[in-house]
Design a protein around this ligand. Structure first.
Ligand code: DC
Length: 225
């Protein structure tokens, strides 16, 4: 099996570039952020707030009740939370920051680890997240750290949200993005960082198509070795 690990900060184009590159390669695309978002949605529904003092303990106590599954339907990933398809709901901006908060809890990371590894055992995957090259799939044949300047990432994310009909401002999106990047890269458990052996792909000056071409090119090159 071939595994491609793609990590990077918020709005680097990870999911769109990864999805299209996986399609071109005939690999399964796995968006691991969706798993953390699933856990976050559950905690929000249970009324647990990430500003609670005992947030980590409360979330840990909920893990026994939670089942998160990934299913691929018509080539698209769907996330099921306790049997319910929550693929749309987990994308709401209010879930993003909570996802970042639950992802700091080691028990949550451990809870989701085997699920991610299992998929890679059975399929050729292009998996994106924050710790794929460092923790989840350290043996991945290709590791890519995808990034772009914060203002560019905020602009892309802003346009994506506006297209979905979400009301927000560029300043709000940039602020959220910086807060989440800081939290994701400064946590103790599996922080966002470039994996050893990863290729840095800065998409600031690349079009979407050029970014996809770069990823596909890197994977094809590695497969020929
Ligand atoms: O990729 P995303 O924005 O959907 O991810 C949501 C949050 O989940 C992100 O802020 C950090 C966390 N995450 C993580 O800790 N490890 C991963 N492999 C993927 C996401």
């Amino acid at each position: 099996m071939i595994s491609v690990a793609m990590d990077g900060p918020v709005g680097a184009g990870k999911s769109s570039v990864a999805r299209e590159s996986a399609k071109k390669l005939g690999f399964i695309y796995v968006d691991t952020g969706a798993l953390y978002r699933g856990v976050a949605l559950y905690t929000v529904r249970k009324g647990v707030s990430d500003s609670d003092e005992s947030f980590a303990e409360k979330v840990e106590a909920l893990l026994d009740e939670i089942t998160v599954e990934i299913k691929i339907e018509n080539g698209e990933q769907h996330i099921f939370l306790c049997g319910e398809d929550v693929s749309e709901e987990i994308r709401l901006p209010k879930i993003s920051m909570v996802a970042s908060s639950v992802s700091q809890i080691p028990a949550v990371r451990a809870f989701l680890l085997e699920l991610q590894r299992d998929i890679a055992k059975k399929n050729n995957v292009l998996m994106d997240g924050r710790d794929i090259g460092t923790v989840v799939l350290p043996e991945a044949q290709v590791k890519i750290f995808i990034t772009a300047a914060p203002e560019i990432r905020a602009k892309r994310r802003f346009e994506e949200l506006v297209n979905k009909g979400v009301e927000t401002t560029l300043e709000q999106v940039l602020g959220d993005l910086n807060r989440r990047d800081y939290q994701d890269s400064h946590r103790a458990a599996a922080p966002l960082k470039m994996a050893e052996g990863a290729v840095l792909l800065d998409t600031s000056d690349l079009t979407f198509e050029q970014s996809v071409e770069s990823v596909v090119g890197l994977v094809k090159k590695a497969m020929q070795l």
